[in-house]
Each structure stands twice: as C-alpha cells, then as structure tokens.
Write a protein that binds this ligand. Structure first.
Ligand code: ADP
Ligand code: MG
Length: 471
C-alpha cells in the first residue's frame, strides 16, 4: 500500500490512493448511488410513484424527483449532496429533477470503475468537466426553436390613488358613476381587490344592486390580466374611460357550489381569449397535491422557454445522441482523458435505458436499436412510450426545453466532480452535535468515523497491517 507523496503522478502513471481515502470515496459514491437508485423507477411518463411516510405521520404520494429526495431522510453527507443537486435543478429549471439525480448516479458508477482502474480522481474530474461542456454544445446544436407564443408584456396597472379618490366622493358621485356604467349596457362588474381598503363601499353596492348590476369583488390583482384576456375586455381604472367597447360579453355569469366552496363561472364568452383555467379536483388531498406538483413542473417548462427559447426532443433521444457523439469524440482524445469521456458517454445511456425499463420494454433491445438508428443519422429517434417502440419523437410532439437538459447535464457533472474530490470526512464535535447536519449524523455513523480516525492513527505506524472494514 503506497501513500501518495508530494509530486502528483503524471497522467499516464496509475494512481494508488491510500486505503482510507479510497474507502471514504467509495462509501460516499455508494451512498449517493443509493439515492439515485431509489428514484430511478420514477423517471418518465410511465414512472412509478413513491409513497412517502414522514416521521410526523404525513403521507405523500409523488413522482417528482425533487419532492422524493427532499422528503427522504438522508443522513450520509455525500448522499445529501444528491438531495441538494435535485433542489438546484428545481430552482434552475423547475423540471428534470429526477433526470439530474439519475444521471449523477450513473456518472458516479462509472467513476467507481475509473477509480478502480487506477485513474486519479483529479484526472477523472477534469475529463468529466470537459465532457459536460461538450455535451451542452451538442445539446444546443440539436435544439430547435419553439413555436412562437404570444406572451404579451403589457401590464395594466390601475391607479390606486385615483381609484381611492373617486370612491371617497359623495353618494351623488356614486350615482353618477353607476349611471355611466349602466349607460354602457354593463350588468356585471368585476372589481379588483384594493390594497388600501374595501374596493367598494356598502353604499355603492347597494346602488349597484338597485341598478341590477352584479358585482364580483375582491378579484386578486394578479388575476386581472388573466381575466381581461380571457373575457376579451379591458381593465378600467377611471370612470371616464368606462366605454362600451371595453366590455366583454358572456351568456351567463353564475355562482356555483363546488365541493366545499363556491366559484364564479362565466360561460358563453364572446371572442374568448386563449387562456385556460385549471381547476384541480381530486378524491383526496394526496392526489391534489401531486397534481399541483405536476402542474408546477409543467409551468416551469414554460418558464424555461422564456429564459432559453429552445426545445429539444425527449424520450431519451438527446441522451443517446450525446452518448454517440461523445463516444466518437473520446476516440480522438488521448490517454486517460479519452477513457473518462467514454465513460461519461456510456453513463448517459441510463436515461433511455431507464425510460424503457419503466415503460415495461426491454431496455437492452431498445437502447441498442436507438444507438443503431442514431448512428444512421436519425438524431430525433427516441422511445415512444405510448406505442412501446422507437419512433421519431419530434413527430410525437415529445419535446422538452433545452434548459432542462443542459442544466441537468451541468449540475450533475458538477456534483459528481465535487464528490470525487472529497477524500476524507471530518466530524467536528461541538456541543454534542455532529457537524454535517443540524439534526446530527446519528450515533452509529459518528462512531464509525471515530473508529476510522483511530484506525488511521494506527495505520500511520504500520501501513501493512490494515484491516478492511466494509459498511
Ligand atoms: N411521452 C413521452 N415519451 C417518451 N419520453 C418521455 C415522454 N414524456 C416525458 N418523457 C421523458 O421522461 C423524462 C422526464 O421524466 P420525469 O418523470 O418528468 O422526470 P423529471 O423529474 O426528471 O422531469 C425525460 O427524459 C423525457 O424526455
Ligand atoms: Mg418532468
């Protein structure tokens, strides 16, 4: 067992780490892989759900990677990094939270092989970095522009001060206003919630009722744009601007009871805007919560398109293409670097493999055929989970934002590189708490680190009498 002394070995020399460092690194990688393996089955449209039961007795059913790892009580510090990884992806892209962890897990597995082949962690780390930059380039080259959307930037801000002043006027003034409103033929008023005080006074409500004008008050300010767009009407901040042409038209405005609450339903809208209301209903809170999480992911996909206006094919097509192109590139590279890039390329196959597996298809056949088709230049061929076969996935309209894929690639690589560079775990004992998390690492793991420390001291005197201790 040779400990590494000051000069770093050249890239061609094989790297032999000291046993303890190797142990720590392996333990870390194994722990992180365990997290990745745990959520692998929830990847893709045919992925399974997880039922999570928390210590407080709360039960959550979800398919969302970020939620699963977040709720898992991971204690091992390296495994926790995968939890953080999923969170980073969630804030960077909002979707792809399972993908990022699965890719990281697959990369880590490849790293184990590379490490055991005697390649220095720094060489692996640098090569992975290089590969991930190349991967982003390849993905960007594959991207297509999304169809044009009509997200308008016009925001109508009401003049509160003016609105307030008007409402302070005498009842005559109120009557005057109602007269003007009535004159336009308006019989339903939607009134924005005021941040200062009640938007409508009792008196005005009274007169409005007398004039047979239905009032829906306390409309949230951030819903105004949505509502005006849907109803094809315009917001009015000033009574002087209350004109007939600003009104929308609907056959029926009614209040309906739905479950426990009441909603205002507007039907038969003339020239209805291209908006959608999603009313999520479910038999229980668990279903509702998961539906909301799925909607959140879907909305994040739209958000991604605003920041990076490109889409790429889904269904494992980009990963296979990446794997193929990086594999070809690795042959041009020299020495260990080429070897590491090749491993990176192979690691990416985990996505199509898992998608096929989760859809009940034969993963080996599918991945082999995919590779074959991509080699023939069909770069958009992916797994069509609905038909259970390989097709041009763009024709199926299975697309995802470029940002989701590039961010998953970059973040996963970063996380793996960070894990590779850790060669020791140091537990600081302060106030009886372990340092890695507020809740404490748990007695058993601390005991293990201490045992390891003692063993290191012993080994310092005698390198050759080392006892293996595997977890
Ligand atoms: N209809 C589909 N057919 C094939 N693959 C799909 C389909 N819908 C999604 N996918 C693939 O599933 C993966 C995303 O799965 P998902 O469960 O949403 O995980 P994540 O949390 O990573 O977003 C992506 O690789 C995407 O290309
Ligand atoms: Mg998703």
């Amino acid at each position: 067992m040779a400990a590494i002394s000051a000069p770093r070995p050249s890239k061609t020399e094989s790297y032999i780490d000291n046993k303890r460092k190797e142990d720590i690194r392996h333990a870390n990688i194994k722990a992180a892989c365990a997290v990745a393996d745990a959520i692998r089955t929830s990847l893709g449209p045919k992925g399974m759900d997880k039922m999570i039961s928390t210590a407080s007795g709360e039960v959550i059913i979800t398919n969302d990677g970020a939620t699963i790892v977040n709720k898992m009580e991971v204690l091992q510090p390296a495994a926790k990094m995968l939890v953080e990884l999923s969170k980073s992806q969630d804030s960077a892209a909002g979707d792809g939270t399972t993908t990022v962890v699965v890719i990281a897990g697959s990369l880590l597995k490849q790293c184990l092989t590379l490490l055991s082949a005697g390649i220095h962690p720094t060489v692996i780390s640098d090569s992975l970095h290089k590969a991930s930059i190349k991967a982003v380039d390849v993905l960007t080259a594959m991207a297509i522009s999304p169809p044009k959307t009509d997200i308008e930037q016009s925001i109508v801000v009401s003049d509160y001060a003016q609105m307030d002043r008007i409402l302070k006027e005498e009842r005559n003034y109120i009557l005057g206003m109602i007269k003007k409103i009535k004159a336009t033929g308006c019989n339903v008023l939607l009134i924005q919630k005021s941040i200062l005080r009640d938007a409508v006074t009792d008196l005005s409500l009274h007169y409005l009722a007398k004039a047979k004008i239905l009032v829906i008050k306390d409309v949230e300010r951030d819903e105004i744009e949505f509502i005006t767009k849907t109803l094809n009407c315009l917001p009015i901040a000033n009574i002087e601007h209350f004109k007939e042409e600003k009104l929308g038209y609907a056959d029926l405005v009614e209040e309906v009871s739905l479950g426990d609450g009441k909603i205002v339903k507007i039907t038969g809208i003339k020239d209805i805007g291209r908006t959608t209301t999603v009313l999520v209903r479910g038999s229980n809170q668990l279903v509702l919560d998961e539906a909301e999480r799925s909607l959140h992911d879907a909305l994040c996909v739209v958000r991604c398109l605003v920041s990076k206006r490109f889409l790429i094919a889904g269904g494992g097509a980009p990963e296979i293409e990446l794997s193929r192109q990086l594999g070809a590139w690795s042959k041009v590279l020299h020495g260990m670097e080429g070897y590491c890039v090749k491993s990176f390329a192979e690691a990416l196959e985990v996505i199509p493999y898992t998608l096929a597996e989760n859809a009940g298809l034969n993963p080996i056949t599918i991945v082999t055929e995919l590779r074959n088709r991509h080699a023939q230049g069909e770069i958009n061929t992916g797994i069509n989970v609905r038909k259970g076969q390989i097709t041009n996935i763009l024709e199926e309209n299975v697309v995802q934002p470029l940002l989701v894929s590039t961010s998953a690639m970059t973040l996963a690589t970063e996380c793996v590189r960070m894990l590779l560079k850790i060669d020791d775990i140091v537990t600081v004992r302060g106030g009886g708490k372990a340092s890695f998390d507020g809740k404490g690492c748990g007695g058993s793991s601390r005991g293990r680190f201490e045992a390891a420390n003692q063993r290191r001291q012993k080994n310092h005197h005698n390198h050759h009498q080392e006892e293996e201790e595997e977890e």
